[in-house]
Design a protein around this ligand. Structure first.
Ligand code: 13P
Length: 249
């Protein structure tokens, strides 16, 4: 088994302002006190450069990317642009972007490939709906979504997977450790099947209502290599205990 460092990523979604960047100081301090944990914050595009200038050892990332290099794609941002702005890792295929078919597995795969080609860490998100879980199809659906969304591994850039059950995002409902364990184990098997030994080095994050109260029990689950945190990443007061839980796990 490979030793994988824990990774805790804050996804600020469409929240944050210049004033919110003051949260980065205490978050970076907590990250320095947890040398075994990698910590990242993905603010909105407009704050990436400012955040990167005061990152203090945490990774700054982005929440989405366009798969093309450049061109007539109004409103879109490329991997090269994100890299130049100071992003080191980027989320691809978040369910809020996949929603209503705005992004297919194929698009997510192309986005992840573009990120890796530019040396950026790519976080590929997958997750089932409440209906899929109720029907008992969750593992099959998530593994199919994953296999459709994975790029080829290329170069040194790191691929990361985030399992975010849609019904747990922003709802206060979290997957139980047993539910997370079942899915992370299935994802690990799929990654090993696809990439062989390299698949066992890919970090798999859990996301969906992670907070200070549940982080430790989730991070203790085998194959849960950290978290992708929305609401509880907006303030250092809520995010720092999650970093501390990762350090202890
Ligand atoms: P919450 O932590 O707010 O549920 O959001 C999870 C998420 O979507 C992170 O990408």
């Amino acid at each position: 088994m490979h030793l994988r460092r824990k990774l805790v990523v804050g996804n600020w979604k469409m929240n944050g302002s210049r004033a919110a960047l003051a949260e980065l100081g205490p978050i970076a301090e907590a990250a320095r006190a947890a040398p075994g944990v990698d910590v990242a914050i993905c603010p909105p595009f407009t704050l990436i450069t400012l955040a990167a200038a005061r990152a203090g050892g945490i990774l700054i990332g982005a929440q989405d990317v366009h798969e093309a290099e450049s061109g007539a794609y109004t409103g879109a941002v490329s991997a090269a642009m994100l890299k130049e702005a100071g992003a080191r890792l980027v989320i691809a295929g978040h369910s809020e972007c996949r929603a209503r078919g705005r992004e297919t597995d194929e698009t997510v795969r192309a986005k992840a490939a573009a990120l890796l080609a530019h040396g950026l860490k790519a976080i590929v998100c997958v997750g089932e709906s409440e209906e899929e879980r109720s029907a008992g199809d969750h593992v099959v659906r998530v593994v199919a979504q994953l296999l459709g969304s994975l790029p080829e591994l290329s170069g040194e850039a790191e691929l990361i997977v985030a399992y975010e059950p849609i019904w747990a995002i922003g709802t206060g409902r979290t997957a139980t450790p047993a539910d997370a364990g079942e899915m992370h184990n299935a994802i690990r098997k799929a990654l090993s099947g696809r990439f062989g030994d390299a698949g066992s080095r890919i970090r798999i994050l859990y996301g969906g209502s992670v907070n200070a109260g549940n982080a430790a029990s989730l991070f203790a689950v085998p194959d849960v290599d950290g978290g992708l945190v929305g609401g509880a990443s907006l303030t250092a007061a809520q995010f720092v205990p999650i970093i501390e839980a990762a350090a202890l796990s």
